[in-house]
Design a protein. Structure first.
Length: 454
């Protein structure tokens, strides 16, 4: 332990800063401008802060810092750093020139604080330093590398681009476009449309007054409160969407999807679960096309269509028609008011609290129907290598036709059951026989039960 402590002290001593002399110089310039005059800033190595104000002039202030081992070296570099300001017509150009001569063990940067008329456009290209924009109502175009980019109350057209840093924006105008690589995006309150694109970072978007388009990869996406339509794509990250007034289109891969309070959903996804609750189908309905992930859908007003493979499908409280195609997993549906159409294989199908017509085609899986709220349509049920269990109200009005091979038929109702060789059949009319029920299976039995006696 003593040897380790000595080693640590040794490393700390040699980790002390190598720079000893720091010099600073202040720069200031004010230019009278007319409405519409743009500010173009080209900069690197330092912070940039741009504020709007209600004056017809652009004020540029900068602090130049240099740190070196020797004061003479620091002064030489300080004098070599030049801030260029050129005004021509409706444009003010500002740039930072650093000396080309190379020095060892030196550090330098230039930090800007700039005020511009609120309605004038601003363009910034910078690297290796944070950029902050506040209160600008004119057009904003900003490109940054290696720093955090933030914008607040910029109510004109806004374009924010960044790499290797965060993007944070609150209060943007329309249209707004934000892109980032290797950093998070966080946007709140956009007065119109927003187009956001991110790679290798999370994306969070809240309160969008217009349409929204989000493209992400290798990061999570969170969207909340969009008054227009939304188009979202993502890969290798989860996607959560809450509160979309317009139609919602999603294309997601390799991540779980959570949807709440959405409208007219068209979803294509793979290798992730889908959890959708509280949806309204105005025109297009709810369409989910998934692969290799569980699908759960609850509380939908309108028609629902689901396609899935290698994972389960659950639908609950659907005030409309339900269409499910699945493979290699179970299907469960409960409290469905409209017609039901299910095609499945290698998994059971369980229905309860249903009211409309039913068409089920299953393979290598059982079919179980319980608690029929109202018989309002025909039932067509077929499966193979799986049993069929049907629970009917005590006094149904149906005509039943059932058959199986290598299995038996049991019924609580007075049906004509015939067993001959390897085949069993059952038929009969109950009540006025208004609706028809057809059941076919192979290598399994059929049960037709009265409610409460199953």
């Amino acid at each position: 332990m003593k040897t380790s402590n000595n080693l640590i002290c040794f490393l700390v001593i040699f980790a002390l800063p190598v720079f000893g002399q720091e010099l600073t110089k202040e720069f200031s310039k004010t230019l009278p401008v007319t409405q519409g005059t743009s500010l173009n800033l080209n900069h690197s190595f330092g912070e940039v802060q741009i504020f709007a104000w209600e004056q017809d002039k652009i004020e540029i202030k900068a602090t130049i810092r240099v740190e070196a081992r020797r004061e003479s070296t620091a002064k030489e570099i300080l004098d070599a750093i030049v801030i260029n300001v050129n005004q021509s017509g409706q444009t003010v150009k500002v740039s930072t020139d650093y000396p080309e001569k190379g020095w060892k063990n030196v550090s330098y940067n230039v930090d800007y604080e700039i005020h511009v008329p609120a309605s004038n456009p601003v363009s910034v290209e910078s690297s290796f330093g944070n950029v902050t924009l506040t209160g600008i109502k004119g057009k904003v175009v900003t490109s940054l590398k290696h720093g955090d980019l933030s914008a607040e109350d910029c109510m004109g057209s806004v374009t924010l681009e960044n790499q290797f840093g965060q993007v944070t924006a609150r209060g943007l105008g329309s249209p707004s476009k934000v892109s980032n690589m290797n950093g998070d995006i966080e946007i709140e309150s956009v007065q119109g449309s927003l187009d956001a694109e991110g790679r290798f970072g999370n994306i969070s978007v809240t309160n969008i007054e217009g349409d929204l388009k989000v493209e992400g990869s290798n990061g999570d996406i969170s969207v909340n409160a969009v008054k227009g339509k939304a188009d979202i794509s993502n890969s290798f990250g989860s996607t959560e969407v809450i509160g979309i007034a317009g139609s919602l289109t999603l294309d997601c891969r390799n991540g779980d999807i959570t949807l709440r309070s959405v409208t007219d959903v068209t979803l294509n996804s793979a290798f992730g679960s889908v959890d959708l609750t509280d949806a309204y189908a105005k025109e297009k309905g709810i369409s989910v096309n998934n692969q290799n992930g569980d699908v759960t859908i609850r509380k939908v007003k309108g028609n629902v269509s689901v396609r899935n493979t290698f994972a389960s499908v659950e639908a609950e409280t659907i005030d409309g028609n339900l269409d499910i195609q699945n493979q290699n997993a179970s299907v469960v549906a409960e409290n469905i008011t409209g017609s039901i159409s299910i095609a499945n294989s290698f998994g059971p199908v369980d229905l309860s609290k249903i009211s409309g017509s039913v068409k089920i085609h299953n393979q290598n899986g059982s079919v179980d129907i319980a608690t029929i709220k109202e018989l309002k349509g025909d039932y067509d049920i077929s499966t193979s290598f799986g049993s069929v269990s049907l629970e009917l109200p005590e006094n149904p009005s149906v005509t039943i036709s059932a058959s199986t091979t290598f299995g038996s038929i049991d019924s609580d109702f007075d049906l004509n059951i015939i067993e001959k060789f390897n085949k069993s059949t059952a038929s009969g009319a109950l009540g006025d026989g208004k609706n028809t029920i057809s059941i076919k299976t192979q290598n399994a039995g059929i049960e037709i039960n009265k409610a409460g006696k199953k």
